[in-house]
Design a protein around this ligand. Structure first.
Ligand SMILES: [Zn+2]
Length: 95
């Protein structure tokens, strides 16, 4: 007899929430009604950490995920962090 206790059913309202890919480069998809949310919860930290490393020369520029580069104009923290924005600009120059 299979164990169905782990099965959950989504409410129709949840099925209508748009899915979008996380732009940190993890390849995961998340659901949100917030049109400006670009990252799965907590994943902005991954990209911030990578960009800081690229800025300091501790990580290669080509490690910046393509999805992050393509969506850079919508990533809010780049507007307030000049170092991370500079690292992103280096990545964009490689495209
Ligand atoms: Zn992610």
């Amino acid at each position: 007899m299979p164990d169905y206790t782990e099965l959950t059913f989504k409410k129709p309202s949840e099925l209508l929430i748009p899915k979008r890919p996380c732009v940190c480069g993890c390849g995961e998809v998340f659901q949100t009604r917030n049109k400006t949310q670009m990252f799965k919860t907590g994943h902005d930290t991954r990209l911030k950490s990578l960009l800081t490393k690229v800025f300091k020369g501790e990580a290669p520029t080509d490690q910046i995920p393509r999805i992050a580069l393509e969506n850079h104009e919508r990533i809010k923290f780049l507007r307030v962090n000049a170092d991370m924005a500079a690292a992103m600009a280096k990545g964009l120059a490689l495209l």
